[in-house]
Design a protein around this ligand. Structure first.
Ligand SMILES: [Mn+2]
Length: 264
């Protein structure tokens, strides 16, 4: 049994299938082949790429097949799922703000939202997405979408953060929804002189000994071109692992086996 993680797919369903096949997690027909392996997606299935709802459907199919086979496929919400759902629920309804006009429609459009995804969303998609957690621990890995400390605003531990987020996303308080979108869009908490300390703080509160996150394209963190990325990025004194290869800017779809061991 192995644990794998995948970062921000952003609508690139075909590249995802190819990458999963290369790791033996799906077969040539795109069905689950991982037997009892555990596969985690760290969010951002939609926007910027052609087939976000196709990614959601594929993951739901693999989730059912993996459960049958004794494995598991799970997903965390990313900021783009909040945007997708916010657009679905609120559209261009104004968000009360002192900083000029704001709405989910406006941010959704600016951040690569696709009408073809919105049009294909069903109540089943909405219900399934709304049930997904924000944070999880698998073995000693703390899994997050965004490299931020803002998660702690919703609770002091894993369960309370997921419960608070679920309550907000099950309700219709547009300001609370907007706050989830805004906070999850922040990044780079584990970089710089305070990076390791920040990572330690989050690990102490939520569990695990290493954070694994998506959201921030590795190439941007390293200052190189996305096509030069070949693997995940271990930093913050080994306390953080970035796995977003930057599919939407031409980078690879990284399927990372945990624990990640860097080559010398
Ligand atoms: Mn993101």
């Amino acid at each position: 049994m192995s644990v794998y993680v995948v970062g921000d797919v952003h609508g690139h369903r075909d590249a995802l299938v190819d990458a999963l096949r290369a790791e033996g997690l799906v077969d040539s027909d795109g069905n689950w082949a991982g037997v009892d392996d555990r596969l985690w997606f760290l969010g951002d299935f939609t926007d910027r790429g052609p087939d976000g709802v196709g990614v959601i459907d594929l993951v739901r199919q693999l989730q059912a097949q993996a459960a049958e086979a004794g494995g598991s496929v799970q997903m965390l919400l990313g900021n783009h799922e909040i945007l997708l759902l916010g657009m679905y629920h609120f559209g261009d309804r104004p968000v009360p703000s002192d900083f000029g006009p704001r709405s989910f429609a406006r941010s959704w459009e600016i951040n690569g939202g696709l009408l073809s995804d919105q049009d294909r969303l069903t109540p089943e998609h909405i219900e399934w997405l709304t049930e997904r957690p924000l944070v999880a621990v698998d073995e000693d890995h703390l899994l997050l979408h965004s490299d931020t400390l803002e998660y702690l605003d919703w609770g002091e531990d894993l369960e309370s953060i997921n419960a608070t987020a679920h309550e907000i996303l099950s309700g219709s308080n547009i300001e609370a929804w907007w706050d989830v979108w805004r906070r999850m869009t922040t990044r780079y908490a584990f970089r710089g002189p305070d990076g390791e300390e920040n990572a330690d703080r989050l690990l102490a509160a939520l569990g695990g000994s290493r954070i694994v996150h998506g959201h921030s394209v590795i190439a941007d963190q390293l200052g190189i071109h996305p096509t030069q990325i070949e693997g995940p990025y271990l930093y913050a004194g080994g306390k953080a692992l970035g796995i977003d290869g930057g599919l939407f800017v031409g980078g690879p779809c990284l399927v990372v086996k945990l624990p990640f061991e860097p080559e010398d």
